[in-house]
Design a protein around this ligand. Structure first.
Ligand SMILES: CC(=O)SCCNC(=O)CCNC(=O)[C@H](O)C(C)(C)COP(=O)(O)OP(=O)(O)OC[C@H]1O[C@@H](n2cnc3c(N)ncnc32)[C@H](O)[C@@H]1OP(=O)(O)O
Ligand SMILES: O=C([O-])CC(=O)C(=O)O
Length: 440
C-alpha cells in the first residue's frame, strides 16, 4: 500500500503540468477587474489566489475537495464506536483529494503518533509565560518556538532544489499537525485546571487523545473530531489561511507561517468571534439576572450593541450570503445531543431574531450566522466554559487546512506574494476627481 506521502507525490506530479500550462499558454486571460472599493475595502471578491483544498460558494458554503460537509462526514472512515471520522483521514483527503480507506487512514494515525512528542523546551516556554496570557498568544508562541525543528529551513540552507521544496514542507507540516493537540491541551490544563496536565494516550486517534488530554469524557472525542474538521479550511482568502500562505510565500517555513496565521485567527472579526459570541451571550444573561429572555429583550440587546457601534459577533461574513453550513452542522449536533439545553435555546432565539435586526440596520451584506455563532454552546455543554480558549480549538482545526495549502504551494512553485499598492492621489486620478496623481 502506498503511503500518504507517496500518493501525495503522485498527485503533485500529475498536477504540475496543469499549473505550468495555465501560466505559459493562458497567463493573460483575465479573471476580473479591480474597483476602487475593492482596493480600499479589503480586496473583497478579488480573484487572485488559487487553492484546490477547498472552495467557498457564497450560497452553498464550503466544499472540502469538492465535498459538502455532510458528504465529507459520510465518506471518511469512522473511529470504531464513534459517529465522526478520523481527523487523520481528513488530513489525507485535504492533501490528496482522495478519500482514504480505513487502512490508509490508520497508517496516518500511526505516522502522527510517531511525530507527536512535544519538545520539553516548548513546555518550559509555556510555563514561563504569565498565566493570564491569552491562550492564543501561548499557542502561537509554542508553534514559533519550534521553528528550530524545521526540516525545510535546514534543507533550504543546505541548498535544496525548488522541485523538492514540497517534501520537507510536508514533513514539517505533519510534525506540526501531530503535536498541536497536545500543545493545546497542555495550555488548557496548565492555565485553567490548576496546572494538571494529562499525559497523551498513544492508543488513541487524534480526536480521542485530545479529549483524553483535555480531561473531558465521551462524547467529547467526537466533538473534537467534528470541530477540527469543520474549522479546517475556508478556501484561502480568509485571514488565517491567507496570512499563512503569504508568510510561506517568502519561503518562511511552516512554523513561522502557521504562527503568523494563528495570530490572524486571534482577531475578533475572525476566529476570536467564537469567544466573543459567548462573552456577548453571558453578558446579556447576566444583565437579565439569568432569567430566560423574551424575544423583545433580545431584540433590544442586539440593537444596543449595534447602536453602540459594535458588531454582533457570529453574524455576517465576507463571502457567505446564507447561513453557514458549519453553523447548520453544529446546530444539528445540538438538536440531537442537547436539544433542551437553555444556552442552545438562546442561541436558536438569536438565530430567529438577529437576522431581522441586521437587515433593518441595513449595513451587513450577510445577516446570517457564521460558524462562530454555534460552536461555543457545544463546548460549554461539555464543560469547556473557559471561552477565551475556544479560538485555540479553532487553531488546531485551521492548521489542517492551512498546512495542507502551504504544502501544495511549495509543490506547485507558487511565487512570493506581492500585490501592487497605489496612493490615494492615484485613486482620485483614476476616479477623474483630479487630473494628475502626485508621484507618492
Ligand atoms: C471564522 C470567521 O472568521 S467567520 C466571521 C467571524 N466574525 C464575526 O462574526 C464578527 C461579526 N461580523 C463581522 O464583523 C463581519 O460580518 C465580517 C468581518 C465577518 C465580514 O466583514 P465584511 O465583509 O466587511 O462585511 P460587510 O461587507 O457585510 O460589512 C458592511 C458593513 O456591515 C457591518 N457589519 C457586518 N457584519 C456585521 C455584524 N455582525 N454586526 C454589525 N455590523 C456588521 C460592517 O462592520 C460594515 O460596516 P461599515 O460599513 O460601518 O464598515
Ligand atoms: O472565510 C472567511 O473569511 C472567514 C471564515 O469563515 C473562516 O476563515 O473560516
Amino acid at each position: 500500500m502506498a503511503t500518504l506521502k507517496e500518493t501525495l507525490f503522485k498527485k503533485i506530479q500529475e498536477h504540475r503540468p496543469r499549473t505550468t500550462r495555465l501560466v505559459k499558454e493562458f497567463g493573460d486571460v483575465k479573471l476580473g477587474e479591480v474597483t476602487i472599493s475593492q482596493a480600499i475595502g479589503g480586496a473583497r471578491g478579488v480573484k487572485c489566489l488559487v487553492t484546490d483544498i477547498s472552495y467557498l460558494d457564497p450560497m452553498e458554503g464550503i466544499r472540502f475537495r469538492g465535498m459538502t460537509i455532510p458528504e465529507t462526514f459520510a465518506a471518511l472512515p469512522k473511529v470504531p464506536g464513534c459517529e465522526y471520522p478520523y481527523v487523520e483521514g481528513f488530513w489525507y483527503l485535504l492533501l490528496t483529494g482522495e478519500v482514504p480507506t480505513m487502512e490508509q487512514t490508520l497508517q496516518v494515525v500511526e505516522d502522527f503518533k510517531a511525530r507527536a512528542e512535544v519538545p520539553r523546551y516548548v513546555i518550559d516556554l509555556l510555563r514561563t509565560m504569565p498565566r493570564d496570557t491569552h491562550p492564543m498568544t501561548m499557542f502561537s508562541s509554542a508553534i514559533l518556538a519550534m521553528q528550530r525543528e524545521s526540516i525545510f529551513a535546514k534543507k533550504y540552507a543546505e541548498g535544496m532544489s525548488k522541485m523538492d521544496y514540497w517534501d520537507p514542507m510536508y514533513e514539517d507540516c505533519c510534525n506540526l499537525m501531530a503535536k498541536l493537540p497536545e500543545i493545546a491541551a497542555y495550555i488548557y490544563r496548565m492555565k485553567y485546571k490548576g496546572d494538571t496536565p494529562i499525559a497523551s494516550n498513544k492508543d488513541l486517534d487524534m480526536g480521542g487523545n485530545f479529549a483524553h488530554m483535555m480531561g473531558i469524557a465521551k462524547p467529547y472525542d467526537d466533538v473534537a473530531r467534528m470541530y477540527f474538521i469543520l474549522h479546517s479550511d475556508h478556501e484561502s482568502g480568509n485571514v488565517s489561511a491567507h496570512t499563512t500562505h503569504l508568510v510561506a510565500s517568502a519561503l518562511s517555513d511552516a512554523y513561522y507561517s502557521l504562527s503568523a496565521g494563528i495570530n490572524g485567527l486571534a482577531g475578533p472579526l475572525h476566529g476570536l468571534a467564537n469567544q466573543e459570541v459567548l462573552g456577548w451571550t453571558q453578558d446579556f444573561m447576566n444583565k437579565l439576572g439569568g432569567k430566560v429572555p423574551t424575544e423583545e429583550e433580545l431584540k433590544k440587546a442586539l440593537w444596543d450593541t449595534l447602536n453602540s457601534g459594535q458588531v454582533i459577533p457570529g453574524y455576517g461574513h465576507a463571502v457567505l450570503r446564507k447561513t453557514d453550513p458549519r453553523y447548520t452542522s453544529q446546530m444539528e449536533f445540538c438538536q440531537k445531543n442537547l436539544p433542551d439545553y437553555p444556552l442552545f435555546k438562546l442561541v436558536n432565539m438569536i438565530y430567529k431574531v438577529a437576522p431581522g435586526v441586521l437587515m433593518e440596520h441595513g449595513k451587513a451584506k450577510n445577516p446570517w450566522p457564521n460558524v462562530d455563532a454555534q460552536s461555543g454552546v457545544i463546548q460549554w455543554y461539555y464543560g469547556l466554559t473557559e471561552y477565551d480558549f475556544y479560538t485555540v480549538l479553532f487553531g488546531v482545526g485551521r492548521a489542517l487546512g492551512v498546512l495542507a495549502n502551504i504544502t501544495w504551494d511549495r509543490a506547485l512553485g507558487y511565487a512570493i506574494e506581492r500585490p501592487k499598492s497605489v496612493t490615494t492621489a492615484m485613486l482620485e486620478e483614476a476616479a477623474g476627481i483630479t487630473k494628475k496623481a502626485a508621484s507618492n
